[in-house]
Design a protein around this ligand. Structure first.
Ligand SMILES: [Zn+2]
Ligand SMILES: [Zn+2]
Length: 375
């Protein structure tokens, strides 16, 4: 009993007379579209295995001969029946290296010990007047800075990083392996120097070879007028210095606006509430209000209604971009007296009588909801 031989030529899409160059070309083309690094689709990965297996068979003259004689070199005996592609692909990385030059398309030659530093983030609390009109703040921060002892080189005084003996400064080591393609040269990052090509034999005592140390600094940050809670101000090159004394990242200063006891902010508009006695609402008055710009006089017109809003134009937050400012909205809470003296009550009753409001809802003039319903 034998399984039907796998159609290796069909899998690779070549005809039976294909020479080595044609096989290679066909495999390369398929691998470029099916390789797991390019195509994460599981079906593509399964097909990639099949294509690789077919190439492995057909590029080996002995195995190809078995195929041409109607056999299957990957089915060796009765126990091996089934999926010929289920076996491991240990040599795959090397095949890909041979085709596409280097593991994962990495760079050639030693990489630099010096690397870009990370960005840093610092939060500052500001009150409303500061976010509104801007300010300058002194901030203290701890970041990595260039080591003052070795100036970033990482080596102890009087010494320098020495060329790595394992890779002779190349940062990578090569080895020759046998595979179905013949001898294949593989390249790996040097384990001794980590790919840098040099080794610090006597590290700087200050930074331990990193080329940077942590230090506390004080900076002056200018906060522009009109910033909002959560905004970040960027200070280029004020972040963390990189390994080997590499260029510093940026510092982001995040604005946190402290709640104000009187004003709440909505974009560039401000809102506040102001209590107003019932009598003042009826008679009209002037009131004083402390705004961000100092004391302002509010004109309350006679007959002001509950929930009235007075808007003070351009007394809000200056716009961060462009000119002009938001408004200040004053919401009036009209207070009805809860406790009356005998004299006050008498006066109010007199007023109610004069206005015909002793029995609201029952007179024709001041019918309320219930009065209308009853009729
Ligand atoms: Zn140092
Ligand atoms: Zn090395």
């Amino acid at each position: 009993m034998r399984d039907v031989a796998t159609d290796y030529y069909g899998i690779l899409g070549v005809d039976r007379g294909a020479d080595d160059a044609a096989l290679k070309k066909a495999y390369r083309k398929l691998a470029r579209e099916l390789h797991p690094d390019v195509n994460p689709d599981p079906a593509a990965q399964e097909r990639f295995k099949q294509v690789t297996s077919a190439y492995e068979v057909l590029s080996d003259p002995e195995k190809r001969q078995i195929v041409d004689l109607g056999g299957d070199p990957l089915q060796t005996g009765p126990g091996a029946a089934g999926n010929p592609f289920a076996q491991g692909f240990g040599g795959l990385g090397d095949i890909m290296d041979a085709f596409f030059g280097g593991g994962g398309g990495g760079t050639r030659g030693p990489r630099s010990r010096v690397r870009q530093g990370a960005d840093a983030l610092l939060r500052i609390d500001l009150d409303l007047a500061e976010t509104a009109f801007g300010t300058t703040r002194e901030i203290t921060l701890d970041t990595a800075v260039v080591c003052g002892t070795c100036h970033g080189e990482g080596a102890a005084a009087g010494t320098h990083p020495a060329t790595c003996e394992t890779c002779r400064g190349r940062g990578e080591v090569q080895s020759v392996q046998r595979s179905f393609l013949g001898q294949v040269m593989t390249t790996r990052t040097c384990g001794r120097c980590g790919g840098v090509g040099s080794v610090i034999e006597h590290p700087c005592g200050e930074c331990g070879g990193d080329g940077r140390v942590r230090a506390r600094r004080t900076l002056s940050v200018k906060i522009p007028a009109g910033v909002e809670h959560g905004m970040r101000i960027r200070l280029t090159g004020e972040g963390e210095v990189g390994p080997g004394g590499g260029p510093a990242g940026d510092l982001y200063v995040e604005v946190h606006e402290k709640p104000h006891p009187v004003f709440t902010r909505d974009g560039d508009d401000l809102h506040c509430r102001l209590s107003l006695p019932m009598t003042a609402a009826a008679l009209g008055t002037t009131m004083k209000l402390d705004t961000l710009d100092g004391e302002e006089e509010l004109d309350i017109s006679p007959g002001t209604q509950p929930d009235a809003v007075l808007t003070l134009r351009a007394r809000g937050i200056p716009h961060l971009r462009g000119t002009g400012r938001g408004d200040l909205h004053v919401h009036l809470d009209i207070q009805v007296p809860t406790r009356l003296t005998e004299e006050q009550e008498g006066l109010l009753r007199q007023l109610a009588k004069l206005r015909g409001e002793e029995q609201p809802g029952s007179s024709g003039k001041h019918q309320g909801l219930f009065g209308r319903k009853r009729r």
